[in-house]
Design a protein around this ligand. Structure first.
Ligand code: UDP
Ligand code: MG
Length: 360
């Protein structure tokens, strides 16, 4: 009897020890969420997921989940993601009703990410997954934002347009954004919470993260060429993106409009004084056709320029007033993997979660 009691006791002590060790291990583990917007990335996804998993497998004290956002792809990205999710329970899939754009996809991922740190990166393998352990290391050193910066950019057009974009942005914007800053960054939980709390509808994340001003460090990398497919950013789209970025981050173009108008007014007054002085000296004024046309053209263009700049801001204000959600989700397949500590993660019960709604 006493013997069996002893065996029971030893068993209990062992079980308690085992549970304690497990709990302690879980308590020191961090959950990392990787957020990946995907638009027509069917061919890139398998190698992408493979490289991310390989990169994160050996990071100590870390669990991870991957949230892929299918941003209304026209190829079979959705089907590939679903198949990958069956293989990999750490993968969650957010599907948009249609294409809402890269920034909206990032926002949707940030809202659903549960990680202690969230890493955003592209699916086309231009952002090397091998850099992930370094990002996590910098975060563990105490940085809330670990921003990556492209050292080089493949392709002359892309590299020139990227340089022009950052020049324009830093010329006008009220926050400093490192030239070549990519949407490949790690954010701590508190940085993500602060970012999501910002009320803006139009969200140029690079600018907003810089505006928040959390302790930040940068890591340089060489952007690889796209693994497969084509960039979704045509020159036209990039110009629209740059204009949106400047308008949402800065009111300085309005001042430029004001100064240009003031300069034009000054020139007009000077010209009027010149004409008056000619009249005073009795010089005939019949020959003024060219200068009149010149003046009309100058004043007309200045007017149009200023109205155009006002229009851009009016459009931005309209977007804010409408308060339309940034995106609409058709369904959300949560990661099936439950890392234990984060008990709120939905487990895979085979059901498809369908929800419609945006960030706000
Ligand atoms: N992307 C997206 N929605 C879009 C355009 C792009 O989710 O409307 C994703 C795309 O799948 C990729 C990332 O955003 O993961 C960056 O896009 P892309 O590679 O086309 O841009 P680039 O690297 O050429 O600037
Ligand atoms: Mg790319």
């Amino acid at each position: 009897m006493a013997e069996s009691f002893n065996i029971l006791n030893i068993g209990i002590v062992f079980a308690a020890g085992f549970l304690r060790t497990k709990l302690r291990k879980q308590m020191t583990q961090n959950l990392i969420s990787v957020v990946v917007p995907c638009y027509n990335e069917a061919e890139c996804l398998s190698p992408f997921l493979e490289r991310v998993e390989r990169a994160l497998a050996d990071v100590p004290d870390t669990e991870y989940e991957i949230l892929a956002i299918n941003d209304g792809s026209k190829d079979h990205t959705g089907a590939v993601l679903e198949a990958c999710r069956l293989q990999n329970p750490r993968l969650g899939v957010i599907e948009f009703v249609r294409n809402f754009g890269h920034q909206a996809a990032l926002s949707a991922g940030l809202v659903r990410a549960r990680g202690d740190a969230v890493i955003c990166m592209d699916a086309d393998l231009q952002h090397p997954p091998e850099l992930l352990p370094e990002l996590i290391r910098s975060w563990r050193q105490g940085f809330d934002v670990v921003q990556t910066v492209r050292r080089t950019q493949p392709g002359l057009t892309k590299s020139l347009s990227s340089r022009a974009f950052y020049w324009l942005l830093n010329r006008f914007s009220e926050v400093e954004i490192s030239s070549g800053a990519a949407d490949f960054r790690l954010m701590s939980r508190r940085a993500v919470t602060a970012l999501l709390a910002l009320p803006e509808q139009s969200r140029f994340l690079r600018g907003l993260v810089a505006w928040l001003g959390f302790p930040c460090t940068t890591i340089e990398f060489d952007a690889a060429p796209r693994y497969a497919g084509r960039s979704a950013y045509s020159l036209k789209k990039m110009i629209a993106f740059a204009v949106d970025a400047v308008v949402t981050l800065s009111a300085q173009p309005l001042q430029v409009a004001l100064w240009t108008a003031a300069l034009a007014l000054l020139l007009a007054v000077a010209y009027a004084a010149y004409v008056l002085s000619l009249m005073a000296h009795g010089i005939p004024l019949v020959k003024g056709w060219a200068s009149t046309i010149f003046l009309i053209l100058i004043m007309g263009s200045v007017n149009l320029l200023c109205t155009g700049i006002l229009g851009l801001y009016l459009r931005a204000v309209l977007a804010e007033i409408r308060k339309r959600p940034e995106y609409v989700i058709s369904r959300y397949l949560a990661p099936a993997y439950d890392p234990g500590l984060h008990g709120t993660l939905p487990s895979d019960d085979g059901r498809v979660r369908t929800e419609v709604g945006g960030r706000s």
